[in-house]
Design a protein around this ligand. Structure first.
Ligand code: SF4
Length: 181
């Protein structure tokens, strides 16, 4: 089993030297495609991916030089850097080299759920060891205030900000898991 996971990791790593990008750069593009407005800072990205601030700074500079990501103003804290995908970054993600993994996984049919649960546990374990964090989405968060009457205007109980349906499906640095019953 260990050998299989190792081979899978190596194969996935090699696949990501594609379209002039490396695996670390693809990981940042994927993260920015999934992260909400509170979570697109260099610190949040390096915490999630379990890399040092220095390594992340180099990766971000390289992606900016390639025109894949840009900087936005942070409404709450004008000194904080907020990153976002550019049109080029979004277009690159449409041809993510890991899409072929999703095609193979789709062929698993009913076995996919079991395989996903197993891989989830492996990733959780590896992230815990490397110091990476597993951010969750609003709909599973203890701060999420669902609006049953106007489903497109939910609210974050932590910040007080409105959350659209699209916002609610993004991963968040402030996510807080509900206590076990
Ligand atoms: S509800 Fe939770 S996950 Fe959503 S924005 Fe607020 S803190 Fe983040």
């Amino acid at each position: 089993m260990t050998s299989l996971v190792d081979r899978l990791g190596r194969a996935v790593h090699c696949l990501q030297f594609a379209d002039g990008l490396n695996p670390a750069q693809w990981a940042v593009l994927r993260y920015l495609g999934r992260a909400n407005r509170y979570s697109r800072t260099p610190t949040a990205i390096s915490d999630y991916l379990g890399t040092t601030r220095g390594t992340m700074s180099q990766t971000i500079k390289a992606l900016e030089a390639k025109g894949m990501i840009g900087r936005a103003t942070n409404g709450r804290d004008r000194r904080a850097v907020l990153l976002e995908l550019t049109g080029e970054g979004n277009a690159a993600l449409e041809n993510d080299p890991l899409h072929c993994v999703a095609s193979v996984a789709g062929a698993l049919g009913d076995e996919l759920d079991d395989a996903s649960r197993f891989l989830d546990r492996v990733v959780d374990c590896l992230q815990a060891k490397s110091g990476g964090l597993d951010y969750g989405v609003c709909t599973d968060c203890t701060h999420f205030c669902r609006n049953s009457f106007a489903p497109d205007v939910h609210r974050c109980g932590l910040t007080g900000d409105p959350l659209s349906v699209a916002d609610s499906t993004k991963i968040c640095v402030n996510y807080s898991e509900p206590a076990a019953p």
